[in-house]
Design a protein around this ligand. Structure first.
Ligand SMILES: Cc1ncc(COP(=O)(O)O)c(C=O)c1O
Length: 471
């Protein structure tokens, strides 16, 4: 197995059977607690928890195992500098904006980005200039920013924030985006939350393709603990010290070495077994597509269908011609114990990984085909999800709106007002309305409709009856 310094430090700490006179409060002994505190559940939950500071490393972090593990990640994906995160790609996105932003900075941001981009705008104070991915004319799904998406930007825009792969697995041409951004003297930030595996595929990772800052979730396409992510920087355009400061601004001072070591272990596994395991998983998912393409009316959203790069591990199915409603299909799958990544009326999105064996992939494809047959109905008119199509009327910056005086009014009577909060169908976590944007009749309808289908998150009134507007 490849070198894995943080994993080794974690194992050493575990084997030492420490009796610390410091945190963590569970003292590494919860598995044999005082009977008065007995909780087998808690014992199982904290059994493997070892802190970084005063655990896998000393209080002064003198052994520098975390830095060594981060350097090994950088070497693997071709970055100059990387930081391990336990606050997910959300933390990485917020840190990326903070590393390049400030209240006077304008950033072109893909409007189909995750809500953490909005959080990055609030924290940094940067002003978004929203840019829009190409949308498939029939399927209504985002295809990713193209270089044309950046046409006509003011020279005052100093950075571009792109999300690729998208939630539905479509992949933007990062080499072209970085070429056009750099030609205009701009920094390219890529939210590659869904594409950590691409970083281990030659010629596919955003770092290798020229992005300046890339954030990737290790817990999504790869095998890290929930919450784990990495932000990497490459090239001369972003000051790595600024990124460090931004990561430190947004990070806990008590990270779990267990979570961090799972990033190190994932990288070591990918270096040792990644090529073979990825090839097998990609072939299995390709077979799933072949099987599902035989289902009458079903559109398998992939490279063959779209004639552009797509995530080989994401399976997005477009359903209107089968008459099946994606949300109803997803509910049936959830009841069977097969939760899917996201669903709306027209589509469902399935995430496969290297841990899904070929037999399981075959079973899933057969099962999906059978459930779609069971729910089949007459072909219906597509009802594309509104969140891929929002073109907001920005009145003030997200930060100004976030900190402004606000008042709560009925949603229906807020038309024409400026929102102080965000409304975000989750999943996929792409905002329909953000702070500082004008409330329109269309947006009110879209929010209400999204609430009928699923959960609209991050607004103060989950019943969606009211909204906070700028006072
Ligand atoms: C595109 C995108 N970026 C960032 C995030 C946030 O990732 P995390 O859950 O690791 O914080 C998500 C979460 O779904 C996402 O879809």
């Amino acid at each position: 197995m490849a070198e894995q310094p943080l994993v080794e430090a974690w194992e050493t700490a575990r084997d030492k059977r420490m009796r610390p006179l410091q945190v963590p409060g569970h003292k590494y002994r919860y598995s044999r607690p005082d009977p008065a505190l007995d909780s087998p559940e808690l014992a199982a939950l904290v059994r493997d928890d070892i802190s970084l500071q005063g655990g896998a490393d000393d209080n002064y972090l003198r052994s520098k195992v975390l830095e060594r593990a981060e350097a090994l990640w950088s070497a693997s994906v071709g970055a100059d500098h990387s930081r391990f995160l336990v606050g997910g790609s959300s933390q990485g996105n917020i840190a990326s904006f903070t590393a390049i932003g400030g209240p006077d900075v304008q950033v072109a941001v893909d409007r189909t980005s995750h809500r953490s981009a909005l959080a990055g705008l609030v924290v940094s104070g940067a002003m978004p200039v929203w840019v829009y991915p190409r949308i498939h004319p029939d399927l209504g799904l985002p295809l990713g920013l193209g270089p044309g998406s950046l046409d006509g930007l003011s020279p005052a825009v100093t950075a571009v924030f792109a999300t690729t792969p998208s939630y539905v697995g479509t992949i933007a041409d990062v080499a072209a985006l970085s070429g056009s951004a750099h030609a205009e003297g701009r920094v390219l930030i890529v939210d590659q939350a869904w594409g950590a595996h691409l970083g281990f595929m030659p010629g596919r990772g955003a770092v290798e393709l020229g992005a300046d800052i890339v954030t990737t979730s290790v817990h999504k396409a790869l095998m890290g603990y929930s919450q784990t992510a990495v932000t990497s920087v490459r090239g001369p355009r972003v000051n790595a010290e600024r990124l460090d400061r931004a990561v430190d601004l947004t990070a806990t001072t008590s990270p779990s070495a267990t979570l961090l070591a799972s990033i190190d272990a994932t990288r070591a596994v990918m270096e040792t077994h990644g090529p073979v395991a990825l090839e097998r998983a990609i072939a299995s998912v390709a077979q799933m597509r072949v099987r599902l393409r035989k289902v009458p009316g079903l559109v398998v959203v992939d490279e063959l269908e779209l004639d552009q790069p797509c995530d080989p591990l994401k399976l997005t199915l477009w359903l209107p011609r089968t008459g099946v409603n994606g949300s109803v299909l997803a509910e049936a799958l959830w009841q069977r114990g097969n939760g899917v990544e996201t669903a709306d009326t027209d589509s469902i999105v399935v995430t496969m990984s290297m841990l899904d064996e070929p037999d399981f992939c075959r079973e899933v494809a057969d099962m999906l085909a059978a459930v779609i047959e069971a729910q089949r109905g007459p072909a219906r008119v597509p009802a594309p999800a509104a969140l891929w199509h929002v073109v907001p009327d920005v009145v003030v910056s997200p930060r100004e709106a976030y900190f402004a005086e606000r008042r709560r009014v009925p949603l229906a009577s807020a038309i024409g007002e400026v929102s102080a909060e965000q409304f975000c169908p989750y999943p996929p976590g792409v905002p329909l309305l953000g702070p500082g944007e004008r409330v329109t009749a269309q947006i009110v309808e879209d929010i209400t409709q999204a609430g009928r289908i699923g959960r609209v998150a991050y607004c103060g009134d989950p019943s969606l009856q009211t909204i906070e507007i700028l006072a």
